[in-house]
Design a protein around this ligand. Sequence first.
Ligand SMILES: [Mg+2]
Length: 239
Amino acid sequence: MASKGAETVTDVAWSKVRLVVFDLDGTLYDQPPLRRAMALELVKHSLLRRSLRTVETLRAYRRVRELLGRVQGDDFTNEQFRLTARRCGCSEGEVRALVEEWIERRPLAHLPRYKARGIDSLFSALRATGRRIAVWSDYPVIDKLAALGLKADHVIWSGDQGVGRLKPDPTGLLALLEEAGITAEETLVIGDRMDRDAAGAAAIGVPALIRSAHGGGKAIFRRFDDPPFAPILAEAFHA
Ligand SMILES: [Mg+2]
């Protein structure tokens, strides 16, 4: 097992956990193959159009989002489009349309293929043992979750009313806990980014498990049937 990071746990105190909060992108599905599939679609699109405008706009948008995650403002939902438009010399409307098409809608068709292995069993085990499931994301959740064939008891994303903050700001997580009526001590966050998911959880005293496909020093687990989940799978299926 990988080394223990400051904000992560290797042994989950499952007896205390009543709510498991999953990140979505890169956690409930494998992100590298989805990125490759989308890159291929973008190449075809760019060749047909004989233009790199879409590629460049989306790249600028991703950079702006990363920046806004580090420098939290009060209006990221509009700021992300405004800043990207300024960088690309296009209109905010054009950025919004490209993001809607390429980041929200087109990936949906690919998602089922890249669903994380073992996630169905883990969701079933959590439910069978009386625990609730939530999803906390920086992007809209509902359509992606449906495309993955997964159901959560509570969902929230950074653009939701009353959140307006990107991870690692814990506002979204706090709102989830309030909605669920669950304390930080009874919660576990599972994500794929130390600097966003684990850091956001740590900000309000919630432990986190981090998924990484590549292993390495900070990886805590790779698959949803790895040792941290063994107790809950055993409790549900082999009791
Ligand atoms: Mg993620």
